[in-house]
Design a protein around this ligand. Structure first.
Ligand SMILES: [Zn+2]
Length: 510
């Protein structure tokens, strides 16, 4: 019964329940009384309309006509098999996952498995297309993904009631939600993955449709399929992707009553020579060409015939030419299913010492995504490139650890920070003991000065000016007296030997 219903939809586009019942009744009896005369058909595809509109584009038309003449330099992956990464966007109407149009992950995985088995001819007697489809394992930013996105599209005008609109649909009164707006609810770059949108309905009650590849630059390139057809048992996904990879219907150019023009099989009909031309509804005995095996069209995935399950060698050649010469070829080098290759990482950086002891570090590591800096002064960072200000002059060993998902590398460089008047002090790291602090200007400083060394004491005010300088005498404890004209506030104390800072601290004067 299911097959008869889809037959009805494709042939009659009937929307009246009463009419449906009557015709169903007639078909039902007809089917059982004369089974050899009627063969059930698969759900219809809006490419019947879309092709007509795409074929008005001269550039597109010229491209299509040349596909069969192009020579292929095939970019084979996995032996002889081309792998096309796909992403599935479920544009549901607000249901919980796994119910209604918000079909489950499992159903999608099974639908993709079904499409792959049909394309690889695992259960039929046709041709192995040597193409398979993988759900993206990484999103366009490189983060892990299962290749499935979900969006509630119910707020879009006409979506719940009519479904998505499509090019040419409005011309024949099939008005749905704005196609581009609907697809842009979730849309991945078209040179990264082949986009598939699962929708509640397609305006006009079609089962699916797909753009030919030259329209890649448009945001609406990809396959659209109704949720009901996105399942293992349906051949609709395999059929629509067929259009997406350059294949026409086997009955292309036919009417209900007339055979397709096919005097030149390379440029007319489906532009494939081993698929005999036939009328859309004819799945029993072709009256259009007797010299070819009619089963090559009647069992063909690109027909509407029930039980369709094969592709032909002619279709394989055309499809293969399309993938490798059109914009689809970019998909063959996509990292959506494989992730970035695991290259050896190499850590490196350059640096410039600027004013105020600030150093600009430029990360020149290769094939790295994670970084760990250690600046040699107890400071660390995970930024790629950055500036860092040292609190004290001195010599520092800076290390950078660069990592990707599988490799790690480390580099160390020595940096000399010269003394400047704008030195700031890391009080917590001070080695100086000062008391009393706060002070009235007279205080004690503990610091070992040997008899054979010269240690300078410098006092710096809050705006970085050197306001007092003296030599510390030999001994462990030193009495310091500020000069009378110093105002109240906080002063930095630094001890220097041979122009290197060997101790620092601060003192508060009240
Ligand atoms: Zn179709």
């Amino acid at each position: 019964m299911k097959a008869i219903k889809t037959n009805l939809k494709s042939n009659l586009s009937c929307h009246s329940n009463q009419r449906t019942m009557i015709i169903l009744f007639v078909l039902f009896n007809f089917y059982f009384l004369f089974p050899s005369l009627v063969k059930a058909q698969e759900i219809a595809c809006a490419n019947e309309i879309i092709n007509t509109n795409q074929l008005k584009d001269t550039t597109f038309l010229n491209y299509l006509k040349n596909i069969n003449l192009l020579s292929t330099t095939q970019n084979k992956l996995h032996g002889n098999v081309l792998e096309i990464p796909i992403v599935v966007h479920v544009l549901h109407t607000g249901e919980p996952i796994g119910t209604g149009t918000n079909i489950s992950d499992e159903q999608i995985f099974e639908a993709v498995r079904g499409a792959n088995e049909r394309w690889r001819n695992l259960s039929s007697d046709g041709v192995d297309m040597e193409v398979q489809f993988c759900l993206a394992q990484f999103d366009p930013t490189g983060n892990p993904s299962n290749g499935i996105n979900r969006k509630d599209a119910s707020r879009l005008a006409n979506y719940v009631e009519k479904g998505i609109g499509y090019i040419g649909g409005t011309l024949i009164g099939e008005i749905g939600s704005d196609e581009t707006q609907t697809k842009n609810l979730s849309n991945w770059p078209h040179d990264y993955v082949y986009n598939i949108w699962v929708v509640n309905k397609i305006a006009g009650n079609w089962g699916g449709y797909a753009m030919f590849p030259l329209w890649y630059q448009f945001s609406n390139d990809g396959t659209v399929i109704i949720a009901n057809a996105m399942r293992y048992s349906s051949s609709t996904l395999a059929h629509e992707i067929g259009h997406g990879m350059g294949l026409f219907h086997t009955f292309e150019g036919s009417s209900e009553t007339a055979c397709p023009a096919n005097a030149n099989c390379s440029f007319q009909g489906d532009q494939v020579c081993d698929t005999p031309p036939h009328k859309k509804a004819d799945c029993i005995s072709s009256t259009c060409n007797n010299s070819l095996d009619s089963a090559l069209s009647f069992k063909n995935i690109m027909s509407y015939c029930g039980g369709r399950g094969i592709f032909t060698q002619g279709q394989k050649t055309r499809m293969s030419n399309t993938i490798t010469t059109s914009t689809r070829r970019f998909l063959l080098n996509s990292t959506a299913c494989t992730g970035l290759p695991c290259d050896t990482t190499k850590a490196n950086f350059s640096f410039i010492v600027g004013s105020n002891n600030t150093v600009t570090f430029t990360n020149t590591s290769s094939n790295s995504s994670n970084f760990n800096w250690n600046f040699g002064d107890d400071s660390v960072s995970t930024q790629a490139s950055l500036t860092h200000q040292y609190m004290q002059a001195g010599t520092y060993i800076v290390s950078l650890v660069s990592q990707n998902s599988c490799n790690i590398d480390t580099i160390k460089k020595t940096i000399f920070i010269p003394i400047t008047t704008a030195v700031k002090y890391n009080h917590s790291a001070s080695t100086l003991l000062i008391y009393p602090n706060p002070t009235n200007g007279n205080f004690n400083l503990k610091f070992d000065v040997n008899s054979n060394e010269i240690v300078h004491l410098e006092v710096i005010n809050s705006i970085g000016q050197l306001v007092q300088k003296q030599i510390l005498s030999f001994g462990k404890e030193h009495f310091i007296s500020f000069e009378n004209n110093l105002s109240n506030g906080i002063y930095q104390i630094q001890l220097k030997k041979e122009n290197r800072i060997i101790g620092a601290g601060s003192v508060s004067v009240y």
